[in-house]
Write a protein that binds this ligand. Structure first.
Ligand code: G3H
Ligand code: 13P
Ligand code: ZN
Length: 309
């Protein structure tokens, strides 16, 4: 099956009240862990690549790895640019075979964000490529840019309506209290579901995206801390909140940190248990397996997209 855009995936997800998992990929083991899980659960899938991941792994290598995953799984897979920061980067990914791009103009003024996003949409749509925009700003770290809590702000629903109408984007990432990375809440976890509801009322049937949606699974943080890591106070979005969002207008849930934590935990554990091991296959196999188990858990118990192919 060839790569697909998000159009059909989101339509079905919206109608049936579940969300598609969008998992960040950086190398072969991560792609294998995610896609093996999706195959076993018969789930549609978004594999997303950040600018940093593309620089790290090289565009051609990533394309070929994803091509291999298509052959191995025969699933509907969308290859998506995560947090594209310029028209040129989006164009390069579209020209290079991606089927969806995000243009992240969330740091710009509303008018500049609209202009930039519209330019990407005008290039993407005639080529059947879908575009995700972002409005509002999440706290946390992306591509080494750290947005502190005081510089983060929630999405304004009236602006969201104007943004979608003027840009004709296919989906919109909104800020309702999630954040990137492994330290999301200092105190109690709180998401502004009222903002999501308001946006949904203004834009009925329109797919919403949630970034910064890792739950920071405690079992892996525990292993990291036990085997020499230092992540005290790591905290993510409670799974019941994500399940609720997935049943609402949220059609795409972005998960990266949970995969990083699972991989790091198993590599740390492996080195601690066998300090003489210097065979990468021996410490990457449990890491890949942990990613697979995390993704299976998300597909079935958080996103509800298992069996939806
Ligand atoms: O939102 C950011 C993603 O977790 C990707 O992170 O830019 O370090 O690859 P990265
Ligand atoms: P997490 O850091 O919560 O995994 O968020 C990932 C993300 O939003 C990628 O765009
Ligand atoms: Zn993100």
């Amino acid at each position: 099956m060839p790569l697909v855009s998000t159009t059909e995936m989101f339509k079905k997800a919206y109608e049936e009240g579940y969300a598609i998992g969008a998992f960040n990929v950086n190398n072969m083991e991560i792609i294998q862990g995610i896609t093996e899980a999706a195959k076993e659960e018969n789930a549609p899938l978004i594999l997303q690549v950040s600018a940093g991941a593309r620089k790290y792994a090289n565009h051609t290598y990533l394309m070929k790895l994803v091509e291999a995953a298509l052959i191995e799984t025969d699933l509907p897979i969308c290859l998506h640019l995560d947090h594209g920061d310029s028209f040129e980067l989006c164009k390069s990914c579209i020209d290079g075979g991606f089927t969806s791009v995000m243009i992240d103009g969330s740091h710009l003024s509303l008018q500049d964000n609209i202009e930039l996003t519209r330019k990407v949409v005008e290039y993407a749509h005639p080529r059947n490529i879908t575009v995700e925009g972002e409005l509002g700003r999440l706290a946390g770290v992306e591509d080494d840019v750290n947005v502190s809590d005081e510089h983060a702000f929630y999405t304004d629903p009236a602006e969201a309506e104007e943004f979608v109408t003027k840009t004709k984007v296919d989906s919109l990432a909104i800020a309702i209290g999630t954040s990137h990375g492994a330290f999301k809440f200092k105190g109690e976890a709180k998401l502004r579901f009222d903002i999501l509801e308001d946006v949904t009322q203004r834009l009925p049937g329109f797919p919403i995206v949630l970034h910064g949606a890792s739950s920071v699974l405690p079992e892996y943080v525990e292993i990291i801390n036990k085997f020499g890591g230092k992540m005290p106070g790591a905290k993510g979005v409670p799974e019941e909140m994500l399940r609720k969002a997935a049943q609402m207008a949220v059609c795409k849930i972005n998960i990266d940190s949970d995969l990083r934590l699972a991989m790091t935990a198993m590599i740390r554990k492996s080195f601690s248990e066998d300090p003489a091991n210097f065979d990468p296959r021996k410490y990457l196999s449990p890491a890949r397996e942990a990613i697979k188990q995390v993704v299976k858990h998300k597909l079935v118990h958080v996103l509800g997209c298992n069996g939806k192919v």
